[in-house]
Design a protein around this ligand. Structure first.
Ligand SMILES: [Zn+2]
Length: 101
């Protein structure tokens, strides 16, 4: 019989022992894995963001501190201003106004 490797399924919820039930512990584990893991920084884009408090996230690379969700930083990707090239109009008139008096 092949030796089956028993992996530790308890993870961070091992501290609960057998209490609260498997389902609950599984769900807590799911959340805690996301909470305790490293996330991408919206500033420098490195995966160095750790939870500093409830809803507070801090990047260990650039030091950026920002607020987001309690257990995960915002899951929506950082909004990039994507302007289709067809919509970009050459409108530099205001910028090129010479201020010579
Ligand atoms: Zn950063």
């Amino acid at each position: 019989m092949p030796k089956k490797e028993q992996k530790d399924k308890t993870g961070s919820t091992g501290r609960f022992g057998s209490r609260y039930g498997t389902r609950v512990r599984e769900r807590v584990k799911e959340v805690e894995e996301r909470t305790k893991g490293l996330h991408q920084c919206p500033e420098c884009r490195s995966k160095k963001v750790k939870r500093a408090g409830s809803g507070i996230w801090k990047c260990n690379r650039c030091g950026a501190k920002f607020s987001a969700k309690a257990h995960t930083p915002a899951t929506t990707p950082i909004k990039k201003e994507v302007t289709p090239e067809t919509e970009v109009e050459e409108n530099h008139e205001a910028d090129e106004k010479e201020e010579s008096e």
